[in-house]
Design a protein around this ligand. Structure first.
Ligand SMILES: [Fe+2]
Length: 434
């Protein structure tokens, strides 16, 4: 999005519409007691200052802030590229899947959807384009394709775990998620700027909170977003809710099945994974100054742990972000369109990254993707994938998507025979031969 374009009409939120749980204040007090007001304020000031620089940079760079890698670079990134990814936390990998294969997947998926139209759950109800399907042949193949498996392993290795120096965690697992088929002209208002991997649990789960220790301690510059050591044990679904993935995905992502560029129902990202999340975490501890003219002056914000409001937090949903409640993010500058995607390209973003689906699709053809994440082998993830395998064999939606379609009697449902499609790495990723 260019700064001159109108901000999409995503719903705003305010204190009046907030969730004010009786336990909210205690989470703030616990963190303040552990780290102290001085440390929190020190981080707040440093982070707001850093956001000034970042948002000016993004206003200038826009889409070019998102690196575009060849498949070979994705498999074997240079040190320079790794440094850039550590900073921006998102990137495109061109040609992850051969174009002909992606074209075939689109036609397979489209046929599967048409053949079972009446029985498919879609979301949102008023203009369903996220299809709550998990076991079409195209999805199974895309999650376990040999080129995808090699890429996922490489992307997982951008992380590190002090308890696993050999990086055995990097072996990819297959997380079954939905698919999107979005015709032109379909408005989609349901996924404005947000961060997945939970919401209130970032403050409420003591382990999840520990991931951000450097931020709470007054040293946000020392925060390492690619450290798995503590994060692998964090509870992203402490509060139940259909929006939460109970699996840790190091990189969320999707595989493009069709061409789609800016304003064609694609994705927007806020390309930063250190400062924006730090701001989101610190924001509930500070009240804005009374005079709106001072809103960008971080010094004038007032420390307050008695206020139960966590802006953008509804515990059963992902963390919502809107410009009004998070002014220093300067979302109008920082949330940028991803580059034009072509069939077989993949886009990746860190699990703490703010992202949104474009409200409008002004293009002239269908925009379609399959959600495929880079998922590490952690004990919790492995246990989930083994339960997910049972759901697959039963033709039922996976545990994280209980409201999804029951596919076992669908026309064209591939069933267990698809397990043999993609070799050892794919079988392992599906939990068959780990
Ligand atoms: Fe999301």
């Amino acid at each position: 999005m260019k700064p001159t374009e109108p901000w999409p009409k995503w719903a705003e939120f305010s204190l009046e519409t907030a969730e004010l749980g009786p336990d909210n204040v205690q989470y703030k007090k616990d963190i303040a007691a552990e780290y102290g007001e001085a440390a929190l304020r020190k981080s707040w000031l440093a982070v707001c200052k850093q956001l000034e620089i970042l948002s000016a940079e993004m206003a200038e760079k826009q889409t070019s802030a998102i690196p575009e890698l060849t498949y070979e670079e994705g498999i074997n990134p240079s040190d320079e590229l790794k440094d850039r990814i550590r900073k921006v936390g998102c990137f495109v990998v061109r040609g992850t899947i051969p174009k002909e294969t992606a074209n075939r997947w689109f036609s397979d998926l489209d046929n599967y959807v048409k053949a079972n139209k009446e029985r498919i759950n879609g979301w949102p109800v008023e203009s369903p384009c996220i299809l709550r399907l998990y076991w079409s042949r195209a999805q199974i193949e895309s999650r376990t394709h040999p080129r995808a498996m090699s890429l996922h392993e490489s992307l997982n290795k951008l992380w590190h775990d002090e308890e696993d120096k050999e990086k055995t965690f990097a072996a990819p697992l297959s997380y079954a998620d939905a698919a999107r088929i979005r015709p032109p002209g379909t408005p989609f208002t349901s996924l404005g700027p947000h961060i997945d991997a939970g919401s209130l649990c970032r403050w409420a789960d003591p382990t999840y909170r520990k991931v951000y220790d450097a931020i709470w301690s007054g040293n946000p510059e020392k925060y390492d977003p690619l450290d798995l050591t503590v994060r692998k044990k964090a509870n992203t679904s402490l509060f139940p809710g259909s929006a939460h993935s109970s699996v840790l995905r190091l990189w969320q992502g999707w595989t493009a099945l069709t061409k789609a560029g800016a304003h064609e129902g694609s994705l927007m990202l806020y390309p930063d994974i250190r400062t924006a999340i730090a701001y989101v975490l610190l924001r509930p501890f500070f009240q804005p100054p009374a005079d709106k003219a001072d809103i960008m002056d971080a010094e004038k914000w007032i420390f307050d742990v008695e206020d139960p409001w966590f802006p953008g937090v509804w515990r059963e949903k992902s963390q919502e972000l809107r410009p009004d409640a998070f002014p220093h993010l300067q979302m109008h500058n920082g949330l940028v369109n991803i580059p034009t995607m072509y069939p077989g390209d993949t886009i990746w973003w860190h699990c703490d990254m703010c992202h949104a689906i474009e409200l409008d699709h002004q293009g002239d053809s269908i925009s379609s993707v399959i959600y495929v994440a880079a998922t590490p082998t952690t004990p919790e993830n492995l246990a989930y994938v083994q339960r997910q395998l049972k759901a697959f064999l039963d033709g039922e939606p996976p545990e994280d998507f209980r409201g999804g379609s029951i596919e076992r009697n669908f026309k064209g449902y591939p069933g267990a025979k698809e397990l043999v499609l993609n070799g050892d790495a794919g079988l392992r990723a599906m939990g068959v031969s780990v």
